[in-house]
Write a protein that binds this ligand. Sequence first.
Ligand SMILES: NC(=O)c1ccc[n+]([C@@H]2O[C@H](COP(=O)([O-])OP(=O)(O)OC[C@H]3O[C@@H](n4cnc5c(N)ncnc54)[C@H](OP(=O)(O)O)[C@@H]3O)[C@@H](O)[C@H]2O)c1
Length: 96
Amino acid sequence: MAKQLVWFVTGTSSGFGAEFVEQILARGDKVIATARNVDKIEHLKAQGADVLQLDITASQEVMDDKAAEALRLHGRIDVLIHSAGYIQFGSWEDVE
Ligand SMILES: NC(=O)c1ccc[n+]([C@@H]2O[C@H](COP(=O)([O-])OP(=O)(O)OC[C@H]3O[C@@H](n4cnc5c(N)ncnc54)[C@H](OP(=O)(O)O)[C@@H]3O)[C@@H](O)[C@H]2O)c1
C-alpha cells in the first residue's frame, strides 16, 4: 500500500486549489486546505480536509505561526502546492 501523504494547499476556495484538494482526498491522502476566508471551504472540511486560515500576504511572523500550526496537525508536510494568487490582465500602463 502506498504511503499516505500529507499535502498543504493554498488558495483552495476556488480554481486549481479547490480541485487539488478534491483529488487529494480521493487518493486517500491527508490535506491541509487553506484559504483567507475559511467559510468558503467548509465543504472541504466536511469531506475530511483539515482547514487553516491563511492569507499569503500576511507577515513572516504570521506565516511562521501558520507553518507551526500546520505541522502540529500531522507532524509533517510532504507536499506543498501554492495555488493562491491572481492573474491581472491589461496593458502595462493600466495595471498596478
Ligand atoms: N487558470 C489559469 O489558466 C492559470 C494560468 C497560469 C497561472 N495561474 C495561477 O494559478 C493560480 C490559481 O489559479 P486559478 O485559475 O485556480 O485561480 P482562482 O480560481 O482565481 O483561484 C485563486 C485562489 O487564490 C486565492 N487567493 C487570492 N489571493 C489570496 C491571498 N492573498 N491569500 C490567500 N489566498 C488568496 C483565492 O481566494 P479568495 O476566494 O479568497 O479570493 C482563490 O482561492 C493563481 O496563482 C494563478 O495566477 C492560473
